[in-house]
Design a protein around this ligand. Structure first.
Ligand code: ATP
Ligand code: MG
Ligand code: MG
Length: 368
């Protein structure tokens, strides 16, 4: 999607990806190699004007060496290092004055016990590194679950921390683009709905009061303004019953909660990422439609039958006004894998939601 956004601006992308004929090769020139392998990253970077990432779980040391050797790496390796450690990210945001729920480092049993007695239950235990789609999270409902939660995440030696449970009313997200000179621009606020810890749908604008939306954008801009380097960032937040907000985490790259910007906004998250890392003027982040909903096409099984269901979903989308399909051409259909997404736009978020509901019913064979 980044390469597709670059094409009309004359920006050509090269992608380093370990899988032969990776999805990126649809629009970018692919170099087959691992982004966790220092030598591969360095050899790849030598052929580029600017190096950026679309996954934070990369070899930051390699990027630091590149940066020291004069390669333009955006966002900066320092920013990527902070964000790829979710605990370091929390500490960074505390220092930047961003609203967060209580959290604590859990290097050992004693630290975990003391955090548990302070925060109570349920308690959210998290891996500091390599987390995505909730795979680095474990919930302890009572003290008796703590040992299992630690074991599920591979033990204390993996690097764990915990968070007080946040009884959120809604989950919100907002994309923020940061220019090399530090200018930040926020996109509209999105409501995200997760199923089994994976983003399922997003709705924009989020159905929240304007004042809350403004506070969310201000907190997100403060968070991203506190980093160095340029690029697009996804910011995830919790909205509480009393209208207050807490930041959950951020990602230093285009984000699932910003997919709707392709059809929904004047300048998409992808175009703005390229503008930012190239040092070009940032684009207009405002909505160009009344409302947009995004639905991920998640594998609901392995193999051909699940593929058939995904195809029916896309077929129904093609017959729906305001709907667009994005198919990632990932090699295999797998349970819970993000295979693509649909975006439906309309004169309002309510109309877009109605169109999506009709489409989903049609795809499931329900004619009512
Ligand atoms: P992503 O795929 O967004 O990177 P992740 O694996 O990094 O996800 P988190 O965003 O930390 O995981 O958590 C996943 C989901 O778990 C959140 O979207 C939210 O629904 C829930 N969650 C996370 N932290 C808490 C908390 N402290 N209290 C309650 N629920 C939480
Ligand atoms: Mg995450
Ligand atoms: Mg998350």
């Amino acid at each position: 999607m980044l390469a597709i956004a670059g094409a009309p601006m004359g920006v050509r992308l090269k992608a380093l990806d370990p899988t032969e004929r990776a999805p990126a090769s649809i629009a970018a020139t692919q170099v087959v190699g691992s982004f966790r392998d220092k030598a591969a990253v360095k050899a790849f970077a030598e052929t580029c004007d600017v190096v950026t990432v679309e996954i934070e779980h990369i070899d930051v040391e390699a990027l630091r060496e590149l940066s020291a050797a004069g390669v333009d790496v955006q966002p900066t390796p320092e920013t990527l290092a902070t964000i790829q450690d979710k605990y370091a990210q929390k500490v960074h945001f505390t220092n930047a004055g961003v609203p967060l729920g209580p959290y604590a480092d859990c290097p050992n049993e004693a630290a975990l016990q003391s955090a548990a007695s302070e925060f109570g239950f349920p308690l959210m235990l998290k891996s500091k590194r390599l987390a995505y789609d909730g795979r680095g999270n474990a919930v302890a409902k009572t003290a008796a679950d703590l040992a299992d939660a630690v074991a599920k995440l591979g033990g204390f030696e993996q690097g764990l921390y915990c968070e007080k449970w946040v009884p959120f009313e809604k989950e919100l997200a907002v994309m923020v683009v940061r220019a090399k000179n530090g200018e930040t621009r926020a996109y509209p606020v999105v409501e995200t709905v997760h199923e089994n810890n994976i983003c399922d749908t997003t709705t924009t604008p989020a159905p929240i009061p304007n004042k809350v939306a403004e506070a969310v954008q201000a907190a997100a801009k403060r968070a991203i303004g506190s980093f160095t380097g340029a690029g697009i960032f996804g910011v995830e937040l919790f909205l509480l019953k009393d209208g207050s907000i807490l930041l959950n985490e951020c990602a230093p790259r285009p984000h699932n909660s910003g997919h709707y910007t392709i059809e929904g906004c004047a300048c998409s998250q992808y175009e703005n990422h390229l503008r930012a890392i190239l040092g070009w003027p940032l684009g207009d982040t405002s909505l160009k439609v009344g409302g947009a909903v995004m639905k991920n096409i998640l594998g609901d099984g392995d193999g051909d039958e699940a593929m058939g269901r995904a195809h029916r979903l896309m077929g129904a989308a093609l017959a729906t006004p305001g709907a667009s399909i994005h198919w990632y051409e990932k090699p295999d259909m797998k349970l819970a894998r993000k295979m693509g997404h649909l975006t439906v736009v309309g004169p309002s978020a309510a109309v877009a939601t109605e169109r999506l509901d009709t489409l989903l019913r049609a795809a499931s064979g329900d004619k009512t």
